[in-house]
Write a protein that binds this ligand. Sequence first.
Ligand code: SF4
Length: 328
Amino acid sequence: MSAAKQASGAAAPILRVSGLKKYFQSAHGKLHAVDDVSFDIAKGKTLGMVGESGCGKSTTGRLLVRLHEATAGSILYDGQEVTAASDRELKKLRTRMQMIFQDPYSSINPRHTVANIIGEPLKIHKKVKGAAEYEDRVRSLMATVGLADRLYDAYPHELDGGRRQRIGIARALALDPEFIVCDEPVSALDVSIQAQILNLLMDLQDKLGLTYLFITHDLSVVKHISDDIVIMYMGQIVERGPTEELFARPIHPYGQALLSAIPVPKLNARKERIILKSEVSSPIDPKPGCRFAPRCAYASPECAAADPALREVSPGRYVACRLAEQFV
Ligand code: SF4
């Protein structure tokens, strides 16, 4: 976390998500991809969202920018209900809320030049007047994300993964957004390039006051960039808290297992890895009760009786576990 971010005081939430659900109909029943998720993000901060593949984190990100329609729930962005926005309102909202995708190559048109890819939103939203202003703006966006000016007419296939992701970031910045969903933005990159892109995202946040939802399965990445973390399991948030506290002392049994898998960097340091029994249950028409119960070492019949609610068990720490107080 940057010094500027650490120094900043508490800010008002710019995004408030309540009771968000997304169910997909499948041949076998209703897949509960996101199931009653609530969180908020303060302006200028980063909320890291972690969990195994298929836990609903990417679907949540797509719901926020209306790439999916919610089944139920509310997404309030700066006081405006995103789920109820008309086409016209949504077009406006999209200038304020953007998304960066995991695989920059699949999210950009390989037949377009770097300039065309970055500049397309400027044309769609009529943000520039004339060719000279367009070119100036595109070159300025390239400079902002560290792309050399000589790449203006290059094609994505001529560039490495890091530069392609810089194109994706420049395109996301083209409309001067305030909020960006970063969906696994460094997962497809080499480790050395990952650090460069993470640093770029943090510098941009400091410079432009951006707010991020940062989605990843990589715990060391999320620790580096996030102010707060939510851990998702089978479409639900099971734990939330400030990054440093949560990493130092995860409370939910799933959070404990997840974080025990991070290697300890110190010589001779030991940390016992918690190996989870069995596989994740099916998200199709899940049974009532704690969804982690089949894998939880502390499960009892009471855990299957009702969904444990996410509740504050110590200041700033929210956990969805019947026995949470025992683990604090
Ligand atoms: Fe484990 Fe029960 Fe807590 Fe679920 S509610 S995490 S099954 S102890």
